[in-house]
Design a protein around this ligand. Sequence first.
Ligand code: ADP
Length: 248
Amino acid sequence: MSAELAHAARISMLGQLAASIAHEVNQPLAAIINYGKSTRRWLRRSQPDLAEVSSCVDKILSNANRAAEVVSRIRAMARKETTEAEVVNMSELIEDAITLVQREAQSAKVKVRRTGSTDLPPVLADRVQVQQIMMNLLLNAIHAMQDVRGRSRELCIDSSVMPEGMARVAVIDCGTGFTSGGEGRLFEPFFTTKPDGMGMGLSICKSLIEARGGRITASNNEWFGATVAFTLPLVGQHREGEPKSSYD
Ligand code: ADP
């Protein structure tokens, strides 16, 4: 019986791993398909626009690289390897994430703006993982606003430095907010309210952030919409003896 239990546990871990790979790689793949289609349109013009083609190919390459990096990070996790914490420029990373979701934001008619400090001191984390976290939160916020009528669809990214030596990034939307009863389960694997959702995004974000000594919280805003905020330690704030990763 115990051998069967161990086997079942392995299968369920594999299932979660497969689900998280599928979830994280889906977004760059969708971007590659879109830029591939644009490339074809620019090439099929009577006068092909090679400057546009070249910019689309650059975007295809950067999305493909991102997908490959995500897969290698997830494989490292499965092998229980720790990825080294590195110095990450949060402000730059936030700008990059905004650029990456621009297409989705435009087609959902969502205005993106930044508040707070746009010049955060660097944090100690894994750059690709923080990029994954930002993308998850921004896409969730955009999805939560796509059916909003009668008020403007605004997404605000607020960043600040906390007194205890942490950087805080909050993604604030004015969408539907969390459904009542769902609030406590958001970070559970496979919890989703979307017909095509996987429910892996927030649970992955939570484990990545906590592995670096940060925290993630989610709450409904007073009027409408939701705020999901996370903290990460600033460079020089990592305390000796703390695990750098829960995968250690
Ligand atoms: P998925 O997006 O695949 O459903 P997530 O783990 O990212 O998985 O999110 C889990 C659930 O949390 C979503 O299905 C949705 O109900 C809720 N959620 C997440 N972000 C928001 C948000 N900004 N506004 C409202 N609900 C949200």
